[in-house]
Design a protein around this ligand. Sequence first.
Ligand SMILES: NC(=O)c1ccc[n+]([C@@H]2O[C@H](COP(=O)([O-])OP(=O)(O)OC[C@H]3O[C@@H](n4cnc5c(N)ncnc54)[C@H](O)[C@@H]3O)[C@@H](O)[C@H]2O)c1
Length: 342
Amino acid sequence: MKKIIVTGGLGFIGSNLVKFLIAKKYFVINIDKFTYSASKYNIKDIKSKNYKFYKLDINNREKIYKILSKHRPDAIFNLAAETHVDRSIDSPKDFVKSNILGTYNLLEAIRSYSKKNKKIKLIHISTDEVYGDITNQKIRSNEKYAYKPSSPYSASKASADHIISSYIRTYKLQAVISNCCNNYGPGQFPEKLIPKMIFNITNNKALPVYGYGRNSREWIHVKDHCEALLKLYLKGKCGHSYNVGSGKNLRNLDLVKKILSIMKKKSVKIGNKVKIKYVKDRPGHDYRYALNSKKILKHLGWKTKINLKDGLSQTIDWYLNNKKFFTSINKNFYTKRLGLKL
Ligand SMILES: NC(=O)c1ccc[n+]([C@@H]2O[C@H](COP(=O)([O-])OP(=O)(O)OC[C@H]3O[C@@H](n4cnc5c(N)ncnc54)[C@H](O)[C@@H]3O)[C@@H](O)[C@H]2O)c1
């Protein structure tokens, strides 16, 4: 049985990936520091014997080395990171620590371990945000597009990608990088747009939209992302980066309207306070991200299976059926507006 380490496996994408890999008959070792965005609710149904959890910061190089020596994994999927752009505007330090130094320490543990042991393939999860603002509507960034991050979050992710690329070239690290667009699906921390809107609609609260909601994002269901990550492990060429996108862009305002309309059709009670409310824009807010994902489509035979309409409907059902998810996490971390402390 192949063994895989997932870092950040209590987070949104990580917990979906952990369950996905266990279902595919992998032994999964989950390493997570358990920050505010981690949720035990997301892994409560895992009963498999092929699962082990370590509460640990990826900066703890010695303990990571020990885990590598004990379990001798075939691959590591690195998802451990600070992930909220607004939070990175208020306190960039945590992003430098986990996303840059954390990646560096993880790489050093892998490097020391690989000197005496078998090579481990690293699949590092990065973002479309590293390419910065793609304002020209005719352009979608491919993997050769220059990095031009705008926020402390995207800059920290870009830095990690560069460090990994240098380790690939210098130390022959076996690694692939995925640059994925915005994910949605079950178990996402409600500081992020989609679960926040679902939470506010079900709790009779206004729907805050930054600026005038014209900013455009590309959306992918987390399950499609998990399938892409497995493809990258099995077939991705070491030393390469792969964009992972659905090709489906939407303005934030249109997305919020879509969520509202789906929830109305599901006969969710819409209170009188549930109205779109334009709020102060995010400082440095990128107008548009859009990926050209032809490389993974053509070379690895991956494509999305879940369209946005069905995916959103299923996602809304999940949050409506799992209201305890919202109470299992700390409200103070998702009800206040962040990112305006300049
Ligand atoms: N969500 C998206 O739309 C999206 C899109 C592209 C890429 N990504 C990337 O995917 C990864 C996962 O994102 P997510 O949305 O699931 O985030 P998340 O915030 O839901 O989860 C992150 C997890 O990482 C853990 N973590 C943070 N710092 C850590 C550290 N130093 N050591 C160990 N664990 C640590 C947290 O406890 C949490 O469980 C991130 O690297 C993110 O940059 C996310």
